[in-house]
Design a protein around this ligand. Structure first.
Ligand code: PMP
Length: 472
């Protein structure tokens, strides 16, 4: 009991009064392990172990259940885009007319021919498990696409189809990274990359880039940060969140650096390949001299074909690595949906770069991009870099930080600016902090032009009181 009181005192010192000790789990002080729980995390505790739980966790208040979670899950953050989505959706459900511009999802419907192929699959009873790596028909269609559009040769056994590109990426990270390895991630980055590295117990190494250089990775910075621990470089072009597109010349420069490091592989996330605005063009990293052997291409159908809910992505690469991804998938999920794979074959059959169905969507995205760029370019205190691909614009609003809004407080960073714009402007956006760049916020233009016009008016109006307020 003396121990319990002692532990309770420590818990108050360490965690304040909102935490309590639910039980002591140690046999004797001398052999005590060193862990305690704090907000679901194990905490080192001076040779005293106890299970501490939040008093607010009513599910477990009087229970003896050890609510500790794995180190793996504790190391990972919840996706910020998903938590903002939940918050804004809750407001909408409460009747607040919020405009949601945080989605990484096209507002278009899946083109009719693709949807029809999915429906036919159901009608024809094509509803059973498929091979773990994906149907041969779809893998052949992917090989054909990679040859025709990217000039790279793969055979079906060098392709694994998954439930979305996200699964393809995490499986690749888990397949090639070991504890202590470094995953090199240019920032701003797609939110999941660092967390995926952490899931593999690898260390994310973030390389910042700047709006003044169109948020492109500085090859000298890359070179300076590569070591024998560097295992994977993740490139994303066109980039979510910045819309930056890597030119062939810059990719060649990067390839020359990569070639000097035999341990280093490249994961090339090409999910937005076809949502690109001329004169920008897409170069697949594996097509560069000497890079095929060490590149894992990830692509998906979510963005290009407005198929987010169908959950279809794939990886292409040397068989040795792809087979490792396949092995992981065989224990996680097995093959992707049979119905979606039939739809995927139809999508890839629409013609070069998705044919007219895709070019019509890209034309609309381009019009929206032009509208946003024009609207924000003329605004004081905002820096913008015109996106060359994707459906996001990543705007530097940092000149508003340090300003105070009546009834809200000080805008400290991208998180508080987003909260402010949600509160006062009823527009939900994603803070740059989620992507590793706190100076910016991300606006998705996967919404109609009419909605975007209303959103811009609301944002501008909400920012007026900030512009006129003094810096604090
Ligand atoms: N990569 C990037 C850069 C993305 O933006 C996304 C989705 N937002 C994904 C991968 C995952 O896409 P999906 O799993 O829907 O194919």
């Amino acid at each position: 009991m003396a121990n319990a009181l002692h532990n309770a005192a420590i818990s108050r010192v360490m965690f304040g009064d909102q935490y309590s000790i639910s039980r002591c789990v140690v046999p004797s002080l001398s052999t005590l392990p060193l862990r305690a729980m704090h907000k679901g995390k194990h905490v080192e505790l001076n040779r005293t172990v106890m299970v501490v739980k939040a008093k607010t966790n009513s599910d477990f208040d009087d229970s003896d259940v050890d609510i500790s979670l794995s180190h793996r899950v504790n190391a990972v953050k919840l996706s910020k885009t998903l938590s903002i989505c939940d918050h804004a959706t809750a407001l909408l459900q409460a009747g607040v007319p919020v405009i949601r511009l945080f989605f990484g999802e096209s507002d278009f419907d899946t083109p009719g021919a693709i949807a029809e192929a999915g429906m036919n699959a159901i009608r024809e009873g094509y509803t059973r498990y498929t091979p773990n790596a994906g149907t041969l028909e779809l893998r052949q269609a992917i090989c054909h696409k990679l040859k025709e559009e990217n000039g790279i040769t793969y055979s079906p056994d060098q392709i694994v189809v998954s439930n979305g590109a996200k699964q393809s990426i995490v499986q690749a990270v888990l397949a090639v990274c070991s504890p202590g390895d470094e995953v090199i991630i240019p920032a701003p980055f797609y939110v999941s990359y660092p967390e995926m590295a952490r899931l593999a117990h690898a260390t994310p190494v973030i390389l910042p880039s700047h709006i003044s250089s169109n948020f492109l990775l500085d090859s000298k910075l890359l070179e300076a940060n590569l070591t024998e621990r560097s295992r994977l470089l993740i490139l994303c072009s066109p980039c979510n969140p910045t819309g930056s597109v890597y030119s062939k010349k810059l990719l060649e420069e990067i390839a020359q650096i990569v070639a000097k490091h035999p341990r280093l592989l490249v994961l090339s996330d090409e999910n937005y390949e076809h949502i690109i605005y001329a004169p920008a063009t897409h170069t697949s990293f594996a097509s560069l001299p000497g890079m095929w052997d060490r590149t894992l291409i990830v692509n998906g159908l979510s963005k290009t074909f407005a198929m987010t809910g169908w959950r279809l992505g794939y990886i292409a690469g040397p068989k040795h690595f792809v087979a490792a991804c396949e092995k992981i998938q065989s224990q996680f999920t097995s093959g992707a949906s049979s119905i979606s794979q039939k739809a995927g074959v139809a999508a890839l059959g629409l013609g070069y770069a998705g044919g007219e169905a895709v070019s019509t969507m890209v034309k609309a995205f381009r019009e929206r991009r032009d509208f946003l760029v024009e609207s924000f370019r003329e605004m004081d205190g905002v820096k913008i870099c015109e996106p060359q691909g994707g459906f996001y614009v990543f705007l530097d609003f940092s000149s508003y930080y340090g300003r105070e809004a009546e009834g809200f407080g000080v805008i400290e960073n991208s998180d508080s600016l987003c909260r402010y714009l949600l509160d006062k402007g009823l527009v939900a956006l994603v803070p740059g902090s989620a992507f590793g760049d706190d100076t910016c916020i991300r606006i998705s233009f996967a919404e109609s032009l009419t909605t975007l016009k209303t959103a811009v008016e609301r944002i501008k109006k909400a920012l007026i009181p900030l512009s006129s307020s003094a810096l604090v």
